[in-house]
Design a protein around this ligand. Structure first.
Ligand code: GRF
Length: 219
């Protein structure tokens, strides 16, 4: 079966990108990473892509007066590279409805909280302040509203006594690195489709009540 040609948009470190590249290095993985674009010069993720033999490009958003002009360039570049599906991985730029609609149901994001809790930034700090016992990460289809959209998968981690925002962030990030490739696999296999605003899983992918990571479809 043809692998889903995936583009990844990043702004920084790219550890989630690395997890996707590592998963896709196995030819039996149903998606391949064909293009990585960063909006920040020198984003370490660009080097990760190049090392994996993936076309990596920097598009400076500050050169464009309007958000949509930057996004038109993004869209054009992704299409030129044959991208069919886009994964945001630490892409720190809000996308307009124009781009989001253009890539509707072909655009996913990873967010460091169990949505709909803690949308926006500083999620680990806010989780600690709020006293939640469980925190985590979410992979979801992107909609124009920030951190909204049909949820594909979530990974839960405990909040432990003595946690700082850094220790909690590390624990969540480790879970993200398993969750993101697992979710990309599900969508690439067409096992997690959007129907009536929610992701419907195939019956054999019914989520485990405790953590979706113990769902065989997400391993
Ligand atoms: C991750 O925590 C992700 O959830 C958020 O941005 C961070 C990106 O980290 N969207 P990295 O660049 O993948 O290391």
């Amino acid at each position: 079966m043809a692998r889903l040609k995936t583009g990844v948009l990043i702004s920084g470190k790219g550890t989630n990108l690395q997890a996707l590249l590592d998963a896709a290095a196995d030819e039996s993985f149903p998606a391949e990473i064909v293009n990585v674009i960063a909006n920040k010069a020198g984003a370490p993720g660009l080097e990760r892509a190049r090392k994996a033999g993936v076309k990596a490009q920097f598009i400076d958003h500050t050169l464009f007066q309007e958000r949509e002009d930057f996004e038109k360039k993004l869209d054009e570049t992704l299409r030129e590279n044959g991208v069919q599906f886009v994964a945001l991985a630490g892409f720190m730029r809000i996308l307009t409805p124009w781009f989001v609609d253009k890539w509707k149901d072909r655009l996913i994001n990873i967010h460091p909280s169990l949505l709909p809790a803690f949308k926006g930034v500083h999620t680990h700090e806010r989780a600690l302040e709020s006293g939640v016992r469980v925190h985590g990460a979410t992979v979801h289809y992107v909609r124009p509203e920030m951190d909204e959209g049909p949820i594909i998968g979530q990974a839960a981690v405990p909040v432990l006594a003595g946690d700082t925002k850094e220790t909690l962030a590390d624990r969540v990030l480790e879970a993200e690195h398993k969750l993101y490739p697992a979710c990309l696999k599900l969508v690439a296999e067409n096992k997690a489709r959007v129907t009536a605003g929610l992701v419907r899983m195939d019956k054999d992918c019914a989520p485990d009540p405790h953590t979706v990571l113990s769902n065989p479809c997400l391993r």
